[in-house]
Design a protein around this ligand. Structure first.
Ligand code: PLP
Length: 440
């Protein structure tokens, strides 16, 4: 089924990439729980290995259940092809290491998920790749940090805790003028934003979050926009433009030309995924396709609830600040309105007047909202970063990452709004009650 057939996300999410099982005619996507696929003949096997023909070989490299997921996420994002991997972290690592060798650098936004920050600041360094972190408040910071060894830019569409939407087109344009592709982590804004339409070359998702939607499975997908001319900047991308010794000297931009503009994602599959092995299990791929089918509907409910919660929090005593794109002003609101369509996402941050102790009391008093280190579940979730995810950082480091002592992060689910507000209301009362007691 052609990904170009449908343009509306609601329809793409139900129909792109899979129609029925070719053998049994099953309408629900089968879980192809198999390691290997039998070859028709030695010639067939040789053609598959030589990429003269595309087909299934071994589930570490490709699998029909994962293929349906890859096609569907690629269609949602307006890209040409996708690759499913074991986690969002693996997707980020692959998206960058598909372009980098020791001695190269990448330029990343400072507004990042903590796991990605660690990967870029520490693990990439182990491989001789430098990450230059720049403040996205001024897109020109990306240009200033770029040199001949810069292989890509990296950013998140809707990064928490600040929830400042990234200037996608502004930075993608700078990158294109210098021959540098922009890779976007669109985990927190599926359906709401399609970064490829704004000039990004690659999009990745932690499918663990909103795409899965039910908190059951860890996974990631990388989507190739098919819109970046790797050949035109051959000196910047030797991995795509010079013979690959691990594949009989294949030059990826040439070798896959007959198949379309998919050099980037094919190389990732047949070298990185082959060698590193961070494959997604067919069962998880099935779970993510199930999630995708109702994603548009869930995003609408997430957005509506979050909008109500943000406005309600802004009216409550004992809260010094509420962070949600709907409440922003100036350039940040302009960016939110330019890049998010149909809602402002379901992440909300707020600061309790009572600091760390109030934050802990708030979390401990929650009844319905789960206290977990996750986002994007259909259930409402909360965490107090100063006493959990960011507790190893100094007060200065916490402040630099946007985490103040009384900061609480919410990921608003799709429960009835009255039940969400009731739980938050009683937990806020508990947080304030403690503050009064402390003052007495
Ligand atoms: N990107 C973002 C924005 C995330 O929030 C996370 C996880 O929290 C990741 C990437 C990493 O994804 P995973 O946990 O699936 O490895």
């Amino acid at each position: 089924m052609s990904n170009a057939k449908y343009t509306n996300p609601e329809t793409i999410l139900l129909h792109a990439g899979y129609r029925r099982d070719p053998t049994t005619k099953a309408v629900a996507l089968p879980i192809y729980q198999t390691t290997s696929f039998q070859f028709d003949s030695t010639e067939h096997a040789a053609n598959l290995f030589a990429l003269k023909e595309l087909g299934n070989i071994y589930t570490r490299i490709m699998n029909p259940t994962a293929d349906a997921l890859e096609q569907r996420v690629a269609a949602l994002e307006g890209g040409v092809a996708g690759l499913a991997v074991a986690s969002g972290q693996a997707a980020t690592m692959f998206s960058v290491m598909n372009l980098c060798q020791a001695g190269d650098n990448i330029v990343s936004s400072t507004d990042l998920y903590g796991g990605t920050w660690n990967l870029f600041a520490n693990t990439l360094k182990q491989f001789g790749v430098e990450c230059r972190f720049v403040d996205p408040a001024d897109p020109e910071n990306f240009r200033r940090a770029t040199d001949a060894k810069t292989r890509c830019y990296y950013a998140e569409t809707l990064p928490n805790p600040k929830l400042n939407v990234f200037p996608i087109k502004e930075v993608a344009d700078i990158g294109r003028s210098l021959g540098v592709p922009l890779i976007m982590d669109n985990t927190a804004a599926p359906v709401l934003c399609q970064p490829i339409k704004h000039g990004a070359a690659v999009v990745m998702h932690s499918t663990t979050k909103w795409i899965g939607g039910h908190g059951t499975s860890i996974g990631g997908v990388v989507v190739d926009g098919g819109n970046f001319d790797w050949e035109a900047h051959a000196e910047r991308f030797p991995l795509l433009n010079t013979p690959d010794p691990s594949y009989h000297g294949a030059v990826w931009t040439q070798a896959v030309k007959p198949l379309g503009p998919i050099a980037y994602i094919i190389r990732m599959r047949v070298t990185l995924l082959r060698d590193v092995g961070a494959a997604m299990s067919p069962f998880n791929a099935f779970m993510f396709v199930q999630g995708l089918e109702t994603l548009a509907l869930r995003m609408r409910a997430h957005n509506e609830n979050a909008l109500r919660v943000a406005a309600w929090l802004a009216r409550q005593p004992g809260i010094t600040k509420v962070i949600h794109p709907s409440l922003q002003t100036g350039e940040m609101k302009r960016r939110a309105d330019a890049y998010l369509k149909g809602g402002y996402g379901s992440l909300i941050g707020f600061e309790l007047e009572g600091g760390v102790e109030a934050g802990k009391r708030f979390i401990d008093a929650l009844n319905m909202v789960y206290h977990v280190a996750n986002i994007g579940d259909a259930r409402s979730l909360a965490i107090h970063p100063a006493s959990t995810t960011h507790s190893q950082l100094s007060a200065e480091e916490q402040a630099a990452s946007g985490v103040t002592p009384g900061y609480v992060r919410l990921s608003i689910g799709i429960e009835h709004i009255d039940d969400i507000l009731a739980d938050l209301d009683q937990a806020l009362a508990a947080a304030r009650g403690g503050a009064r007691k402390a003052a007495e």
